[in-house]
Design a protein around this ligand. Structure first.
Ligand code: ADP
Ligand code: SF4
Ligand code: MG
Length: 358
């Protein structure tokens, strides 16, 4: 069943991105694997949306499908991704080339897989300026120096001639951000942009993304398995489980008034400042479901302490709570409000009424 949402008043600023009943199914040797199982949401101009969920919940496949980056073979994409009036689902490579960079750009977890190790970083950033924006070599070089400065790379004139391997992990991620932002995209997809970096560098990169979002007036989709990363940086949050949205709402609503037991479990397994470092974090019992063997019921049922018979028979649909575009999919929603928590992510942030975005 699809997750249809009538979200007419969620984004008063206007919808830059409208995703409707999006499905991405891989044909594998062991059968059809529904990595994204019918996802619908809207994103406003200048909005920062967090997409969270455990590993394997479909975050990367969703992001790549929104970009139109899925390979053409052994994958079936259904539904609609309307980005600033452009339909991404079914778009030709030529259409997509017009959109990539200028409308939407993506940064990935590991910059080394995207950067060419044998090409100087200045050239890699400048390529799209020449090809896409028609700049000549000198104009492109001047703009690359500006971009290197913008993303906080010291001595940009010298670094222009550096190779990726001569830079630290954090600096390489800054180069990736410069490449992504070179043609002024209206939407930036950041897929685990700081996973694998040490906590101080993580915070610096996330702060940089915050600054750039404001400066460049972009919308951002920040994808992460770490709720601590999205707590203070996003306007709204989507929680994914087994390729579907199980809860979404403003950041404050999702943190304080979540209804879905999985959201509570994710929160309880996030490191907190209030937890002394020797305290063991609660982990979510059980394993994420095998997507090749999804049943008719709630995919979280085998791991859920609130599961009833109905849960294993019928999949809950997303229902509104009536507050600020807050939706949840659960037959036995939580009724208590979550306590304010302090979460540690690079820098320590106290999460309370005042400093959760949204
Ligand atoms: N090319 C592919 N072929 C088959 N299955 C895939 C492919 N890419 C991803 N998957 C599967 O899709 C599911 C979602 O993966 P992914 O989006 O990477 O999760 P996340 O980013 O949330 O960790 C996983 O079960 C993964 O194994
Ligand atoms: S629908 Fe049932 S199994 Fe699923 S999260 Fe809610 S209570 Fe748990
Ligand atoms: Mg991923």
């Amino acid at each position: 069943m699809s997750q249809e949402i009538n979200s007419t008043n969620q984004n008063p600023a206007g919808d830059l991105l409208v995703v409707e009943n999006l499905t991405t199914t891989f044909q594998t040797a062991r059968g059809a694997l529904p990595a994204v199982g019918g996802v619908s949401f809207r994103l406003g101009a200048n909005e920062i949306l967090g997409v969270v969920g455990e590993s394997g919940s479909g975050k990367t496949v969703l992001s790549r499908t929104i970009m139109g980056l899925q390979p053409r073979t052994n994958v079936e994409v259904g539904g609609s991704v309307l980005l600033d009036g452009h339909q991404i689902v079914g778009a030709t490579d030529e259409d997509l080339r017009d959109i990539w960079g200028t409308k939407v750009a993506m940064i990935f977890q590991d910059p080394m897989t995207s950067l060419n190790p044998v090409t100087k970083i200045g050239k890699q950033i400048g390529e799209s300026l020449q090809v896409r924006l028609g700049m000549n070599k000198a104009e492109a070089k001047a703009r690359v120096i500006e971009l290197l400065t913008l993303v906080g790379i010291p001595s940009p004139e010298e670094r222009y001639d550096a190779y990726p391997t001569q830079l630290s992990g954090g600096m390489r991620q800054r180069v990736m951000i410069a490449i992504a932002l070179a043609c002024n995209p209206t939407l930036l997809l950041a897929d685990e942009p700081t996973t694998g970096l040490d906590v101080t560098i993580q915070a610096q990169i996330l702060n940089l993304l915050d600054e750039l979002q404001l400066k460049m007036k972009m919308s951002v989709i920040l994808v992460t398995h770490d709720l601590g990363v999205v707590a203070t940086r996003t306007d709204r949050i989507i929680v994914m489980y087994a390729g579907r949205i199980v809860e979404m709402g403003t950041t404050k609503e999702v943190f304080r008034n979540h209804k879905m037991p999985y959201t509570r479990a994710l929160l309880e397994s996030t490191p907190r400042v209030s937890n002394p470092s020797h305290t063991r974090l609660q982990t979510i019992p059980g394993r994420p479901p095998n997507l090749l063997k999804l049943t008719e019921g709630c995919a979280f049922a085998p791991r859920c302490s609130r599961a009833t018979e109905k849960c294993s028979q019928e999949r809950p649909t997303l229902e509104p709570t009536g507050v600020d575009g807050h939706y949840f999919a659960c037959w036995n929603p939580l009724e208590d409000q979550a306590a304010p928590v302090s979460i540690q992510t690079g820098t320590i942030k106290e999460i309370g009424e005042d400093n959760v975005r949204g």
